[in-house]
Design a protein around this ligand. Structure first.
Ligand code: COA
Length: 161
């Protein structure tokens, strides 16, 4: 497919982020005020990316502090899924974390979320553990994944997003 455009999110994107997240049942659900807090001056460092393919079609939020970053949420609009946009977002995160000399990126995901798990594994994340009955409604284990830069030699790009 043609490369969609990835850019950093701005406060003008908040409404679209909330709508997109609400359209994807398995995304991590945040309140509107949590999205607004991302852009406040005293907020913890985060990398928030959006992908546009004619319209805003997906986003990714990661805590971007210290040697170990955390991928907190990623969602692609249902109509735009399975076209590589999730992969593009995760790869952009890997590039930026590598550029900022992060050592690893961590994340947790519901055990049953096959789409997300395949996305992460396809991008080079490896299993790092399980948190038993971590999620509620419905109760479910969390699977932990880790991407380690020193063990992933494919990341050499200095490209910046
Ligand atoms: C997870 C998600 C972001 C993937 O986005 P996407 O743009 O569809 O991902 P890609 O097109 O890059 O697909 C990458 C790989 O993921 C896997 N995948 C994606 N959707 C899948 C599905 N419905 N079933 C099985 N595997 C799937 C495939 O291996 C796919 O590669 P392939 O198409 O070459 O087989 C998307 O399904 C989504 O928004 N889900 C709801 C939100 C969510 O659960 N977020 C993660 C938890 S916070």
């Amino acid at each position: 497919m043609t490369e969609a455009a990835i850019r950093r999110a701005t406060p003008e994107d908040i409404h679209a982020l909330v709508q997109l997240e609400q359209a994807t049942s398995t995304a991590a659900h945040w309140s509107r005020s949590q999205y607004e807090a991302i852009f406040q001056a005293d907020a913890p460092p985060r990398l928030t990316l959006v992908v546009e393919n004619g319209q805003l079609s997906g986003f990714l939020v990661a805590q971007a502090a210290g040697p170990e970053w955390e991928l907190e949420n990623v969602a692609v609009a249902p109509a735009a899924q399975r076209r590589g946009l999730g992969t593009q977002l995760v790869r952009a995160l890997l590039q930026e974390a590598n550029r900022q000399h992060a050592v690893a990126i961590l994340l947790e995901v519901r055990a049953s979320n096959t789409a997300a798990r395949r996305l992460y594994e396809g991008c080079g994340f490896v299993l790092a553990g399980t948190r038993s009955r971590y999620y509620q409604n419905p109760q479910e284990d969390a699977i932990l994944y880790r991407y380690s830069f020193n063990e992933s030699p494919q990341m050499h790009s200095e490209e910046r997003v």
